[in-house]
Design a binder for this molecule. Structure first.
Ligand SMILES: Cc1cc2nc3c(=O)[nH]c(=O)nc-3n(C[C@H](O)[C@H](O)[C@H](O)COP(=O)(O)OP(=O)(O)OC[C@H]3O[C@@H](n4cnc5c(N)ncnc54)[C@H](O)[C@@H]3O)c2cc1C
Length: 446
């Protein structure tokens, strides 16, 4: 059987490797448009922060290792441009300009996502860049070194934009951040978002909210980001306004698209064509809390979905229950974590949300080194179910989010969550872990 995979990063190479482990005799071909495969995009901001590290450090497994040790026919420089579903053939163009054609029995679309760019004049000027691929990372790093960047403007305030602000700050670059929306981290509890905002500003970063971005201009050596009532200058403009799924070839082939224009898949990752699967950032997923389709492009889901496709392709039926939207990032000293639904999302999906936000501590009372930890929990008054959690703090927020994440998968009520036996010792938290204190407070409001 010929298993063909379009896209050679998290979802694609996870599927290829597991398919090989599953079936040593399977004919596996991966078509990747760039020269980079199997790398950690998530590590790029931290790599850019350090001028002494090579971007290549982020490559998890070299292309040649997949070819030589795993017998995977991995073809880089192969961009797929169309899928002929009736002939079961994909066609495309090599970097050399030559055309190619590959037939398949089972196909996986793992084309990921691309950085969104604002539709404004000047977005194509040299020095205006987005960070998505390893090549983008190299370009940004080379640009900083070659141009001696000392000021930058970051458009957008999502997690990649915020991670990049920390990276640029580490390179001694003065940063202005700007976005049209008036709310900083809109999905977050307002009190908690203010704490994160103030922490970023305390590092000398200027945040400009509610600024419509009109155009980018270049004069002398500088770029100017012209907004409705401020113009920001820098040698470099980094665009971090989110990503969109790469689904053009799927759409042109007539496959169903779903939430966020991602390829619509069932729990086995099958698309509307029985022979074609989709996984990773280009595909949608079920949300365990809402039971509805969602599109949350993150790395674990991409890897896990790739594995599930590899199992399904060889006939080991595997269903993925879905995701709860667990995510974490760091900006300067602040860890920001979330899982499940915010209050606004809970309302949107027909729940009757109650919310509790508490300020606790990362260590026991009077234990040296304690820092504040803020926790917000959301529950549904109608069913008693836990719906979501948000945490911020300089320590101990990132991994604590995993407890409510598991509770969401287990569909626990808030009351059940209050009874969980969570760990305690003074260096790690108070006797009542902050998650439990928040759950006890929430229970009173349910
Ligand atoms: C800066 C940054 C930081 C991140 N940090 C985190 C984090 O901390 N935590 C987290 O969970 N996630 C993070 N992510 C997201 C994570 O990297 C993605 O969810 C993950 O890479 C998705 O894997 P994927 O295989 O679906 O898609 P991708 O990694 O986008 O790979 C898709 C591949 O398909 C190729 N391709 C596309 N179209 C074609 C075509 N027509 N023909 C052939 N090849 C094609 C692309 O070149 C690419 O190599 C981060 C992303 C970025 C950019």
């Amino acid at each position: 059987m010929k298993f063909v995979i379009i896209g050679g990063d998290a979802a694609g190479m996870s599927a290829a490797s597991r398919a090989r482990r599953n079936r040593p005799d399977l004919e596996i071909t991966v078509l990747e448009k760039t020269e980079d495969v199997s790398y950690s995009a998530c590590g790029m901001p931290y790599n850019i922060a350090d001028p002494n590290r090579l971007m290549e450090d982020l490559v998890v497994r070299q292309a040649q290792v997949f070819r030589d040790k795993q017998g995977i026919d991995l073809r880089t420089g192969h961009c797929v441009t169309s899928i002929d579903r009736s002939a079961r053939v994909v066609t495309g163009e090599k970097t050399s300009g030559d055309a190619f054609k590959v037939s398949y029995d089972r196909l996986l679309i793992a084309t990921g996502a691309s950085a969104k760019l604002p539709n404004i004049p000047g977005v194509d000027l040299p020095g205006v860049m987005a960070l998505k691929s390893l090549e983008d990372g190299r370009r940004i790093k080379d640009f900083i070194a070659a141009q001696g960047v000392i000021r930058a403007v970051v458009i957008g305030m999502g997690y990649i934009a915020l991670e990049m602000v920390e990276a640029l700050h580490a390179r001694n670059i003065q940063v202005d951040m700007v976005k049209p929306g008036a709310l900083f981290i809109p999905w977050m509890n307002r009190d908690m978002a203010s704490v994160v905002k103030e922490d970023i500003e305390s590092h000398g970063v200027n945040l400009h909210l509610g600024q419509e971005i009109k155009r980018i201009e270049k004069s002398n050596e500088d770029l100017h980001v012209v907004c409705n009532n401020v113009t920001l200058e820098g040698q470099m403009v980094l665009v971090g306004i989110g990503v969109k799924p790469n689904t053009e070839i799927a759409r042109d082939a007539g496959l169903d698209l779903g939430t966020g224009d991602a390829v619509s898949v069932d729990k086995t990752l099958r698309t509307s064509d029985d022979n074609i699967y989709a996984a990773g950032d280009c595909a949608d997923a079920f949300h365990v809390v809402t039971g509805k389709k969602t599109w949350i492009p993150l790395a674990l889901r991409a890897n896990r979905a790739g594995w599930a496709v590899a199992d399904n392709v060889i006939g080991n039926r595997t269903e993925l229950p879905g995701i709860v939207g667990t995510a974490v990032f760091k900006v300067f000293d602040m860890q920001v974590a979330r899982t499940g639904l915010s209050v606004a999302e809970a309302e949107k999906f027909g729940f009757e949300p109650a919310e509790a936000m508490i300020k606790s501590s990362t260590r026991a009372h009077a234990h040296p080194g304690a820092t504040p930890l803020l926790v917000q929990l959301v529950g549904d008054k109608k069913t008693g179910l836990l719906l979501g959690a948000q945490l911020i703090g300089k320590d101990g927020a990132a991994h604590r989010v995993n407890a409510p994440a598991v509770a969401l998968h287990a569909k626990m009520t808030v009351e059940e969550f209050t009874q969980c036996d969570l760990a305690y010792a003074p260096p790690f938290g108070p006797t009542w872990d902050p998650m439990l204190t928040a759950a006890n407070q929430l229970l009173k409001k349910m």
